[in-house]
Design a protein around this ligand. Structure first.
Ligand code: PAF
Length: 292
């Protein structure tokens, strides 16, 4: 969809389509605190909570919407990723976002990039292990966006917990002068974590999907009551089998910082329980973080 070649004004929000124009436009805000919320669109209340957090702490908030092809290991997932640009623009403008960066593919990728990122053990588990090349694509696009926008603060959702760890690692290792903020998961009334992908679920699947959060809570309760990790995970797998037709990819208990699997729970340590798999053809992820 073509919007405009020049920045256009939608309520008080500026929409910019190319990196060159955005860099030029942001020069007027050079000495201001700038908050940045990167997204792939199909916005929901989870994204809007990131915008709110940025609006509260910064003088100007930039949101980007770009369905980034290099982070999809499955082309049909990329093709089917929901795109609702008109609705997204209205939501952002209404919320008070100052600038929307809606780049074209050509503006972000002039050529196939030769860069590759390695995040060591962090990318060898969970999403990294199941989606080959995913974090390379994420790190590439996020670095490009950071270089173009030069934010003071960035806002990412906890739902993509491993992505948060990867971006924090990227910020440290590339010496970006950026404050990283991870914002809590926003859930539907039944516990389902909000996600753009939920738009592809039927109403009955959305109801069924509440079992994912319930399985995470069950794992936590069983761990805190002294069950071993194997026992707690097995009980939750059984619960999933009985409550949802979910093709489970992983249900893991990990150290909340390194995301490496652990053998036992120690008091006072922070842990993450993470789940991923397919409900029908839609891939869903969720997690909870708790103290042992
Ligand atoms: O979390 C997402 O929506 C994407 O991975 C991100 C950070 C916008 C990069 O494309």
């Amino acid at each position: 969809m073509i919007y405009c070649e020049k920045p256009i004004y939608c309520w008080a929000m500026v929409i910019i389509e190319t990196a060159k124009e955005l860099i030029e436009y942001l020069k007027i805000y050079r000495n201001k605190e700038l908050g940045f919320v990167p997204t792939m669109g199909a916005l929901h209340n989870g994204h809007l909570s990131l915008i709110d957090a940025s609006l509260q702490a910064n003088e100007i908030t930039v949101c980007s919407i770009f369905v980034n092809p290099t982070q999809f290991n499955d082309t049909s997932d990329f093709d089917k990723y929901p795109r609702n640009f008109d609705k997204d623009i209205a939501l952002l403008a209404e919320r008070g976002c100052d600038v929307l960066f809606l780049p074209t593919l050509e503006s972000m990728y002039q050529r196939e990039s030769l860069l590759s990122f390695s995040f060591g053990a962090l990318e060898c588990v969970m999403e990294g292990a199941h989606r080959a090349g995913h974090f390379n694509g994420v790190a590439l696009i996020v670095s490009k966006l950071f270089n173009i926008i030069k934010p003071s603060r960035v806002y990412f959702g906890q739902k993509d917990l491993q992505q948060c760890a990867i971006i924090q690692s990227l910020i440290k290792d590339l010496s970006y002068d950026i404050e990283f903020n991870m914002c809590p998961i926003i859930r539907e009334g039944n516990g389902l974590a909000m996600s753009s992908r939920n738009q592809r679920l039927s109403e009955s699947e959305k109801e069924e999907a509440k079992a994912l959060f319930a399985s995470l809570e069950l794992t936590k309760t069983n761990l805190l009551s002294g069950k071993s990790i194997k026992e707690a995970v097995d009980l939750s797998k059984e619960y999933l089998k009985n409550n949802i037709s979910f093709e489970l990819e992983y249900l893991e208990v990990a150290n909340a910082e390194t995301l490496q699997e652990i053998d036992s729970i120690e008091q006072g340590q922070e842990y993450a329980i993470c789940i991923a798999g397919f409900l029908g053809r839609v891939r869903l992820i969720d997690n909870i973080v708790f103290v042992g």
